[in-house]
Design a protein around this ligand. Structure first.
Ligand code: INI
Length: 156
């Protein structure tokens, strides 16, 4: 049986964007740091890494679509933090962000990852932004690194 899978490797030429919803920036700044660190650790060249800032998670899909349309990026890592305790429209914002990220991914066929936290409390968000449950920004970056390698394996 032939197993086709991606490995965690970059060759330094990949052009990648992080799109960050700034709302709850105390959390999302940590997610960006995690994503940037994972990019560097896996062989990425920081000159090929762009950070695109949008006001909140709701705007991530719009910037994502535009970034994919530009053709400038090989893959895009989305991060943000929607915290239920802080908003009455939690369900609406988190659903729109998730749906929009998924549909842009399907439309453009490039690796995109969803590192948008959706938590009930700020404590749960802190736990996922570089403390006891890891860093979801780093995980989101690692996901696109694997998917980029998988796509190139699938093209062989
Ligand atoms: N945006 C977030 O990313 N997280 C939130 O928790 C949040 N809250 O609490 O409202 C939030 N709101 C802003 C939203 O993403 C849009 O920027 C805003 O509705 C304007 O379109």
């Amino acid at each position: 049986m032939n197993i086709i899978e991606g490995h965690l490797r970059l060759n330094g030429s990949e052009k990648i964007a992080i799109i960050n919803g700034r709302f709850n920036h105390i959390i999302t700044d940590r997610l960006v740091e995690g994503a940037q660190d994972a990019f560097k650790r896996h062989g990425g060249n920081v000159e090929n890494l762009d950070l695109i800032l949008v006001p909140g998670a709701f705007e991530i899909p719009f910037a994502l679509k535009k970034a994919l349309e530009s053709g400038k990026y090989d893959a895009i890592c989305c991060v943000g933090a929607v915290i239920r305790g802080a908003t009455p429209h939690f369900d609406y914002i988190s659903a729109e962000a998730t749906k929009g990220i998924a549909s842009a991914t399907m439309e453009f066929g490039k690796p995109v990852s969803n590192g948008v936290l959706t938590t009930d409390t700020i404590e749960q968000a802190i736990e996922r932004a570089g403390s006891k449950v890891g860093n979801k920004g780093a995980e989101a970056m690692i996901t696109i690194i694997e998917m980029l390698d998988l796509y190139s394996e699938m093209d062989k």
